[in-house]
Design a protein around this ligand. Structure first.
Ligand code: PHB
Length: 387
């Protein structure tokens, strides 16, 4: 009788807490700090779309908590980033910050997140430092480190037997680190970077640099550009007549989400990235169909990274029953489980960066087609991360 009564009581308590959770669990405040203007505007929108697509597939709640968004346009401007992120954390009291696209903005965000302990998920920016010297238990990335696609392309180009390469990029963390990763692998494989060309972000006056490339006559060019800048660079490179004589290679951002605008100028280009348009897996097909239906747009790598930021958040929240103060449990769950991404399943390293396959892709018409896997389960070296 006593046993019966106590189990009745336990059942009642369980019911009560379940219904409390359903009605009374506080909303989860998600701060989206992304670029909605400037050269990276389309990237910010794709990330938000991807995030919201996954949320809608979870009946619009994570671990029983409905989600409320607070949005900030960070303009890809690092000088405004600290103020912007402080507003989200202190004024709006968000539970988690999702951002950003630009490496300089993400580093400013990570500094504040590390100091305040606020959960942060980076859905694009590759700044090596975020999962290097700035790594923290509460900071995660669902995209890549700048080193990763660059390193993979360095191996590919060295194996092709290319010897002398010129690099060209924007002078800021993403460009510098992409080139550094490329150079590390390319020179290890016997190649040589003969000239490193730069221009300030987000400038697109490429003519003088293209003239320099023509005069230097390298075997090939390696580049990092993205968004609106990538559209213009690929078109200018072709228009300058360089495409046939000096093959252009890049990290995959050069041709992701940009092919409609680049047209024939992009055709045939080889790039390396953790996503492609022709993966042809059931997981990716379902994602692409759902995304196209919801937004009347084709997804790209940014949409995938946003989708996976939502997946990571859902995974961690489930493990802690919606209680974000349990940081160690959240982190343990994320590190232990695979993320079932449209790009293919991947794991999160101890430094909280994806360990993932990097595809070699070639542009064919409006698609980045998979040619092969350039680097299998590539992990960022996480130099300087102490956890
Ligand atoms: C970056 O700033 O880290 C960045 C921006 C756009 C990309 C990739 C990386 O497509």
């Amino acid at each position: 009788m006593k046993v019966f009564r106590s189990s009745l009581l336990a059942a009642a308590a369980l019911l009560c807490s379940a219904s409390l959770l359903a009605q009374g669990a506080p909303k989860l405040k998600v701060g989206l700090m992304l670029p909605y203007t400037g050269t990276y505007a389309a990237l910010g929108t794709a990330i938000e779309n991807g995030f919201k697509l996954y949320l809608s597939e979870q009946s619009n709640q994570f671990a029983g908590r409905e989600v409320e968004f607070v949005k900030v346009d960070d303009e890809s401007d690092p000088s405004k980033a600290t103020d912007n992120v402080n507003k989200l954390i202190k004024r709006d009291n968000v539970d988690v910050i999702i951002g950003s696209v630009h490496s300089g903005v993400a580093m400013a965000m990570a500094k504040v997140a590390k100091e305040s302990g606020t959960l942060m998920i980076v859905p694009n920016a590759g700044a090596d430092a975020v999962t290097g010297p700035m790594c923290a238990q509460n900071i995660y990335r669902t995209s890549f480190s700048n080193w990763q696609p660059g390193y993979a392309m360095g191996e590919v180009m060295a194996k092709k037997g290319l010897k002398k390469v010129v690099t060209i990029t924007w002078k800021y963390a993403a460009g510098d680190e992409s080139v550094r990763g490329f150079k590390e692998a390319f020179e290890k494989g016997g190649g040589q970077v003969v000239k490193e060309l730069n221009l300030p972000f987000p400038n697109v006056e490429f003519q003088a640099l293209l003239t320099d490339i023509a005069a230097t006559k390298p075997d090939a060019v390696y580049t990092f550009f993205a968004g609106g800048g990538a559209v213009k660079f690929v078109k200018d490179y072709a228009a300058a007549g360089l495409k046939k004589s000096i093959p252009l290679y890049g990290s995959g951002f050069l041709t992701d989400g940009t092919l409609d605008a680049q047209g024939a100028a992009a055709d045939g280009l080889f790039t390396t990235l953790h996503y492609a348009d022709s993966l042809d897996t059931p997981r990716d097909k379902a994602f692409r169909l759902a995304y196209a239906k919801a937004y009347k747009l084709q997804p790209d790598v940014y949409a995938v990274q946003g989708y996976d930021a939502a997946q990571l958040l859902a995974l961690g929240l489930k493990a802690v029953n919606g209680d974000l103060s349990k940081k160690a449990e959240f982190s343990a769950a994320v590190e232990k489980n695979k993320i079932d991404s449209p790009r293919g399943p991947f794991t999160i390293s101890r430094a909280h960066n994806p360990v993932q396959d990097i595809y070699l892709r070639q542009v064919s018409g409006k698609e980045n087609k998979v040619v092969g896997i350039a680097s299998k389960a590539l992990a960022d070296p996480a130099r300087g991360c102490r956890l």
